[in-house]
Design a protein around this ligand. Structure first.
Ligand code: ATP
Ligand code: LTN
Length: 335
């Protein structure tokens, strides 16, 4: 039996992925690649919807690829590729923009959130059409599943709406994808502001554990994580967000359940919990960081893997785009 397709992506918008990206997305991506024909994309076209430094963007694209691979994405099983290497993304995005209503696009909350600080006047048109490019990313690969975080639910709904609209106007073309939203435990919170999700755009870098952080930095950040004054290690998201976040991270890293961890640390202070968690994280992250750094010493080999991934992606993407062009009424170029 052929495996169903799957697609997901992340922006190369920082030099390192953080523990939220890793536990919330990447671990799951690695686990799903056996049962799906998976396409994992580094969405550099999306990254330029906000100002980017060219040399940093280039470096961050390779660094993101290295971290995907180091965290277990297997380039033999899955197609790992850079979005700008597959021209069909921008081409399909144009077609989809022409069947999207202004009002519909204007309801996307991510655009509203991201323009809140500086106002919509200074935002790029690309930031406004971001979700339509994301719909193109997805629909080109005819995926059944799209594993994303809860924050992406609205973009997936738009993708489904556009796919159904195209299919009903022009004939069956796209598979209608399902969002595969990760379970609640995989939401990792900021270590300094444990009510907010861990995010690349956090104000204080001490709130994030990065996959590329050195061991002593990881330990220091865990030891200075915000807790509370009660002193007992127990899970209660409402009244003990800091300790609950540490327990959640510990459980995902070690595979132990939260009740088992609560029992283990009963009668001990937060120092013991933080000490053991820091050691567990260092042991888990160090080999990933080392492997990523090793891959980054040979950018030519990394680029070769990405080119291979792009070949696989282009093959399917071009088929889908050709069907779309045919259905919409474009004359095929004579060869
Ligand atoms: P930014 O803060 O710059 O918007 P981000 O750190 O939130 O970025 P994205 O690149 O938007 O990361 O997300 C990549 C993937 O990681 C998405 O699937 C997203 O749902 C997941 N993710 C991001 N942050 C977390 C988190 N704190 N916990 C769990 N999953 C997360
Ligand atoms: N907006 C997404 C990144 C993204 C994506 C995609 C995710 C761009 N294209 C296609 C899944 C499928 C985010 O996670 N911030």
């Amino acid at each position: 039996m052929t495996k169903p397709n799957l697609l997901s992506g992340m922006q190369p918008s920082a030099g390192s992925l953080h523990l939220g990206n890793y536990l919330g997305a990447l671990v799951n991506w690695a686990a799903m690649q056996d049962s799906y024909n998976a396409f994992y994309c580094i969405v550099d076209l999306h990254a330029i919807t906000v100002p980017q430094d060219p040399s940093e963007l280039r470096a961050n694209t390779r660094r993101t690829a290295a971290q995907y691979l180091a965290a277990g994405i297997d380039s033999d099983k899955s197609a790992l590729f850079v979005q700008s290497h597959v021209p069909a993304h921008a081409q399909l995005a144009w077609v989809l923009q022409c069947i999207t209503g202004m009002g519909e696009a204007g309801r996307m909350t991510q655009f509203k959130d991201k323009t809140q600080k500086n106002g919509q006047e200074s935002a790029s048109v690309g930031l406004f059409t971001y979700p339509i490019l994301q719909a193109a990313d997805i629909l080109l690969y005819q995926p059944k599943a799209v594993p994303v975080g809860e924050d992406q639910r609205q973009h997936l709904e738009l993708t489904r709406d556009l796919a159904m609209r195209f299919n009903s106007r022009f004939g069956d073309t796209f598979v209608i994808p399902e969002a595969h939203i990760l379970k609640e435990t995989a939401k990792i919170y900021d270590l300094q502001v444990p009510e907010a999700k861990m995010s690349k755009s956090a104000a204080d870098p001490k709130g994030l554990i990065n996959l590329m952080d050195e061991n002593n930095v990881i330990t220091k950040k865990i030891k200075s994580a915000v807790t509370d004054t009660e002193g007992s290690v127990r899970f209660d998201r409402e009244s003990k967000p800091g300790v609950s976040n540490l327990l959640g991270i510990f459980s995902l890293i070690s595979g132990e359940t939260i009740p088992a961890l609560e029992a283990r640390f009963e009668g001990q202070g937060y120092g013991a919990l933080k000490g053991e968690l820091a050691d567990a994280l260092v042991a888990h992250i160090e080999p990933i960081r080392n492997r990523a750094n090793e891959l980054l010493t040979d950018p030519a080999e990394l680029d070769r893997l990405l080119a291979e991934g792009a070949d696989r992606a282009n093959e399917l993407a071009e088929q889908t785009l050709a069907k779309v062009y045919e259905r919409i009424g474009f004359v095929r170029a004579a060869r």
